[in-house]
Design a protein. Structure first.
Length: 277
């Protein structure tokens, strides 16, 4: 039997409040190394940097390896059970002093999935109040879905520039500060946002989405990678990881997966996927 990575207090905290306090998954030097690989890809192929907005694990082999790392999967198994799918990896990068932000929103507004999607938020740079770290409303994953609107804010890092357009109580809002190599995990129903990056460095987060194999998603049939256990349900088309160590070759092979996930994230939207060729 697998030894739990999380203690009972941490498990109860996640169930009650909808997020996990910081947990170290990578050593600092591992986080720095992964950041260097991402920034090398951006420097070599600036016109393709937007490709990392979706299914980055199918493009960069290092992200695929990380999504299957035993340390990370042990954490996710504690929260979701032994049979795990990895649905998506995406980078959320805020440049320094550019006004980029994410308004309050719930991912359940556009990702209709039960029981829930567990979003693992890994810091590759310091995520602090000054750099615009993740903010959450503890316990709001238990609220009803609030009304959302698509926005037209060019500074939004969200796919639809979406925001909650009805009043709600944000008096308990909490900043989740992370050091490079630390993660938090959130229930995708929690109300969350992030502020401006007023630091001197980029704020780089890698979001990895996991779900149990019994999860059911509304909308077009989608793809995912079986990263642990067995899939006896067949709710997703199973895909493999990158086909090559060359990111350019991998981009050509991810079309099917990109079409599926963008149909989910941009269904009935006036927005178009950012950065996709």
């Amino acid at each position: 039997m697998k030894t739990l990575l999380l203690n009972q207090s941490q498990l109860e905290h996640f169930d009650e409040f909808g997020f996990l306090p910081p947990v170290r998954i990578l050593a600092t030097d591992e986080a720095i190394s992964l950041r260097a690989q991402v920034e090398d890809f951006e420097a070599r192929h600036p016109e393709l940097a937007g490709q990392l907005d979706f299914k980055a694990n199918l493009i960069l082999p290092a992200v695929d390896r990380l999504s299957r790392d035993e340390r990370l999967l042990n954490l996710m198994e504690d929260l979701l059970g032994p049979n795990l799918l990895h649905w998506n990896s995406t980078f959320r990068i805020k440049e320094s002093n550019t006004g980029q932000h994410a308004a309050w929103h719930q991912d359940t507004a556009y990702i209709k999935l039960k029981p829930f999607l567990a979003i693992c938020w890994l810091a590759l740079s310091s995520a602090t109040r000054d750099s615009g770290c993740l903010r959450v409303i503890p316990g709001s994953h238990k609220w009803a879905l609030l009304s959302h609107q698509e926005g037209h804010d060019s500074k939004s890092i969200l796919s639809r520039a979406q925001f909650i357009d009805e009043p709600f109580d944000d008096s308990t809002a909490l900043d989740i500060e992370l050091a490079p190599g630390e993660v938090t995990v959130i229930n995708h129903g929690i109300i969350h946002s992030s502020g401006l990056n007023q630091s001197d460095d980029r704020r780089i987060g890698l979001l990895m989405d996991y779900l149990p194999t019994h999860a059911i998603k509304e909308g077009p049939r989608d793809t995912a990678i079986l990263v642990r256990g067995e899939d006896h349900f067949g709710h997703f088309d199973l895909e493999n990881g990158p086909v090559s160590q060359d990111p350019l070759e991998n981009i050509a092979h991810q079309k099917r997966s990109l079409e599926a996930i963008t149909q989910t994230l941009y269904a009935d939207s006036k927005h178009k996927p950012k950065g996709l060729s």
